[in-house]
Structure formats: structure tokens, C-alpha cells
Design a protein around this ligand. Sequence first.
Ligand SMILES: [Mn+2]
Length: 416
Amino acid sequence: MKILHTSDWHLGQRFHEQGRQADEEYALQQIIDICAQQEIDVLLLAGDVFDTANPGGEDQRRYYRFLHRVVMEAGVQQVVVIAGNHDSSARIDGPSDLLEICRVHAVGAFTLDDPLEKCLIPLFDRSGVERVRCIALPYLRDGDVRKASAGEDAHASASAHIQAVIQRFSDVRNSVGCDLPVLVMAHVFAAGNCTGDGHERPIQMGGLGYVPIEAIAGDAAYVALGHLHRPQAVGGQEHWRYSGCLLPTGFDELDQAREVVVVDISDEGMTKYERHALTPYRRMQRLRDAPDALRAAVQSLPAITDDEPSAWLQVTICSGQPEPSLRLELTALAESRGWKVLEVRLELPSKRTEKRTRDEKEEADDTSTQPSINLSDPHAVFTHLLERRHYVDEEGFLLAEFQKVREVMDDLLERK
Ligand SMILES: [Mn+2]
């Protein structure tokens, strides 16, 4: 059987105030083409279909039109969709009975009240014989998997949440009840439990809990994960993968690959996997340099013609002093070449480049050289942060805004 794994579409997401309907359409069309060319049997969409719980009508229509086309035009036999943390699980569940007619299986909510079978999807070959059993596990919120006890602290509740997710998964796994290869799909933050030198990592890492991948992968033929935006294998296993997101959700994601994964599964398990790169709809780029070098860099951007989609740019100005007119100058210069500047940032390069490594090292392991700040004084902490991050707070604008936020917070806390 041939399986295509995609996830994290985030349909309807706005990118620096810009809509990206055309970018989404372009990417989805490529997935449809890959499905047709590769004769895909089953398409897996591993969560975060929409960017918000209340997506716009057009964004929903894009999703349903895709499902319709991938089955009717591209010849896909079955589709399995799970809800991610960005999705409303009720919205994903809502049309599920109707979607079954088109062999689209949507699993939104999975609470303790739901039967385990809700997550078990039989996958059939073209002659109608079941060949693979799919475990489709949507994003599980704390309240979906356990009842919190009164007075537990954040750390205890995060730990208990993860334990409950693992337990819930193991209950589903134990109910599979057949010897067919198992395909696991989940929207979850999963990571390798083993560092490679035989040391177990703690389950809690900097407050971010993750599920040890081994606990959900087991002996699965393939694990199709959603949630992390960078495509990657997990736990050193090529058949435990995040396919990554459809479009970059920030300029800092531009260097990440955009891809879908095509997997061949036989009775013995995964026999082959291929990563298929997606071509971006528009050019996007980030430039970071000193003012003169930036002028030159913007000037040498490839010219965008009228029949191409407008290209998007992020500019970081590295300068020791404020450059009030440079923003407008660069924006105009970029526009003359068909590029739209979506974000301009200012960075003080000398301090940053010289001190960066040392600073970060100090931050990590040497507290003795850090100035002592009074942690119970929010004003002092904020000022220290500005200094540390090398922000230039001209005329105390940021401090004033911070003061406003504090007043609102104090107000809210008092009312409570
Ligand atoms: Mn997610």
C-alpha cells in the first residue's frame, strides 16, 4: 500500500497580515498531483488542518474541496484526518458521518467517553482486503484524558497529562486485536527518549512536556506525526516522522524543507519511503546586514515581473544608531523590484556579534557574572531584559507600554 503523509496545513493563517490563499492552493494542488502520479492509496493528514478553531468559510471550503478532489480526481482510496491543537475537535468531527461516504475518516475529539474503536481505522487495498490497521490519535488535551485533582501544581499536572496520553494510547494499541501491520498517526510533541549514550532524558524538559516516541511507536510499520513544523525523523528511526508544515509560519522557518512523505507498506512493514519536496508559490527571503550592504542586497534581489506572485521580504538592519529614513528607503527600493517588505527589524550588530557567544554561554552556565536584579520588581526585570536583548527603547516607549500592561494586569488580579 502506498501512503502519503502530510500535516500542519494551518489553513487560513495570516502571515504578517497577509492572506495566503493562493499559496495554500498551490501547495494543495501539488499534493493532489503527487497522489495521482504516485497512485497513493491512503492520504494521512496529521492535524492542524486549520490555523484557528474558527476558520473562515473560504478556508473550510478549501479543505473540503481538497478532500473531494483527492478522492474523485487523484484516485486516493481512503483519507484519514486527525485534529491538532489548533483545530476545534468538534469542527473536525462534525461532518465525519457524511465524509465516510467519500472514504474520508475524520477523528476530532477523543475523550474518555469515546470508545477506543473511534481511533481504529482499517485500511484496505484496491481489492477491498484490509491490509493495515491505522491508529489515528488526535491531539489530546489534558481534560480529554484525565480528571485533574485539586491543588496540583503545573509541573505535576503536565507530567500527569503525559502519563495519561501514554496510557490512553496503550489502551488503543492493546485493542487493535489483529496481526496486520499497524500504522500510527498522532498530533503530539514526541521525542526520542534515549540520548544515544544510554541515558534516559527526563520527560519534562524546560517545562515543555513531550511524549517519548517509543511509548507510542511500539512496533508500528510507520508513525505519521504532526505538530512540529520542521520535517524530521524522530528517535533516530526513519519510519517515525514529522512531515512538517505546508507553508512557513514565520520568516525563521524559511530554511526548513517543505515536503510530504510517501511510504510503501507491505505485510512485513515499511519497505520504502520517499520525501517529495513542495515548490513554494512565491519567493520569500530574509536579509540581515549593515545599512549599505542592505541597500546593495535589496538592489540585487531578482526582479519580480507582473505575472509572478509578489515576493515577500524581511529586513534586519544592523546598525549602531537609529536609521529612521532607512526603513522607507529600503521599502521603496524593494518595491521597485517587485518585493514587498513585511517586516523591518533593528539590531545592534557590534554588541550582538562580539558578545553573543559569551553572553549565551554565561546565560547557560555562569550565573555569577550576571548583574543581580531584584526579581520581585517587574520594572527592574523588564529593563534588564531590554538591556540583555539590546533593544533600543527610544524615549522610553517600550517601558511606558510595559507599565500600561502592568496596570491592566494589576486590575485583573485585584478583581479576581
Ligand atoms: Mn500543532
